[in-house]
Design a protein around this ligand. Structure first.
Ligand SMILES: Nc1ncnc2c1ncn2[C@@H]1O[C@H](COP(=O)(O)OP(=O)(O)O)[C@@H](O)[C@H]1O
Ligand SMILES: CC(=O)N[C@@H](CCC(=O)OP(=O)(O)O)C(=O)O
Length: 287
């Protein structure tokens, strides 16, 4: 059967990763939250490779949780519907019509594409959003942003139940508002809040660069929280990297052991990060 043969391939891949065994043992039972951004999703082949890595993690005893974005896919649908969209401070200004489209695209199209990719590789993925079982109750971030949420109260019990049942949760970043409304949450923010609620061993933020770069443009493989603050003050960390590193710092503050920013398009990025000595991106640890 296709799945069996593929399982053998993955195990061979893991075995050839240098000195993988101590890492496999280290991560047995660990919770790893993986944020897959819209820009990191790429082609069907890249999605298949990501899904294979996630299923392998589960097979070696890790509890992976996938939290996804989908900004570019939301943009494409808003364009089709001729709904104008603006960003303020990295967040989408979200009116009532926009939040419907955001939910339709994230919970409907993007979430199910990832669920199907994981299940196609022999995993048991279940798609959710922050609204399910009140996983992520949010307050409105700022009246000027409309239906945009800031995670306020996390209820991760459902996720523990899913781990026990060998299920891989795939979560769309929508929050339950206090008055029954749906709130749009930035994907990085949602992943950080979920990782903190689970006190995850790792938060992996998959993006389209190989890590956090210094002023010379080189990826810095290990960073302390204080260095991130310094690099943000002096402008080395800019643009979309600011909310990403802020999410990493918030997650560390919330009890996550380490956060990693890495290129989600690179083959086997997740496996290389977790199961090799050198990892695959920039690891950020508390001071
Ligand atoms: N110091 C830095 N190191 C790496 N990338 C940086 C840095 N400062 C700014 N960036 C920018 O941040 C971008 C990643 O953020 P973003 O595009 O929002 O990612 P995503 O869409 O995956 O959430 C990179 O493509 C890069 O252009
Ligand atoms: C409030 C807010 O901005 N929400 C994001 C949610 C999707 C997201 O974060 O997608 P990426 O991870 O692909 O950027 C949005 O509407 O685009």
């Amino acid at each position: 059967m296709k799945t069996r043969a593929m399982n053998r391939d993955w195990i061979a891949t893991a075995a050839t990763l240098s000195s993988a065994l101590p890492y496999l043992q280290r991560y047995d039972g660990a919770i790893v939250v993986i944020k897959l951004g819209g820009h990191a999703m790429g082609s069907d082949d890249a999605m298949e490779s990501f899904a294979r890595d996630v299923v392998l993690l589960r097979q070696v005893g890790v509890n992976p949780v996938v939290v996804h974005g989908g900004g570019p896919m939301i943009n494409a649908m808003l364009d089709k519907l001729q709904i104008r969209s603006d960003f303020v401070g990295g967040k989408r200004v979200t009116d009532a019509a926009t939040v419907e489209v955001v939910e339709m695209v994230l919970s409907g199209v993007v979430n199910k594409r990832i669920v199907q990719a994981i299940n196609g590789q022999g995993g048991r993925a279940v798609g959710l959003s922050g609204k399910d079982a009140n996983l992520m109750v949010c307050d409105q971030a700022d009246a000027a942003l409309g239906f945009v949420g800031t995670p306020a109260q996390m209820n991760p019990r459902l996720l523990h139940d899913l781990f026990t049942n060998d299920v891989i949760p795939v979560i769309a970043p929508l929050g339950a508002g206090r008055n029954g409304e749906t709130l749009n949450v930035n994907g990085d923010t949602a992943a950080g809040a979920i990782a903190a609620a689970l006190k995850a061993d790792r938060l992996l933020l998959l993006t389209d660069v190989s890590g956090v770069k210094n002023a010379a443009g080189e990826v810095v493989t290990e960073l302390k929280a204080g260095q991130i603050r310094e690099m943000t003050r002096d402008g080395t960390i800019a643009g979309g990297m600011i909310p990403k590193t802020e999410t990493a710092l918030d997650a560390l503050h919330g009890g996550v052991r380490a956060a990693v920013i890495l290129d989600g398009r690179a083959p086997n990025a997740v496996l290389l990060e977790l199961f090799t000595e050198h990892g695959a991106g920039s690891i950020i640890r508390p001071d």
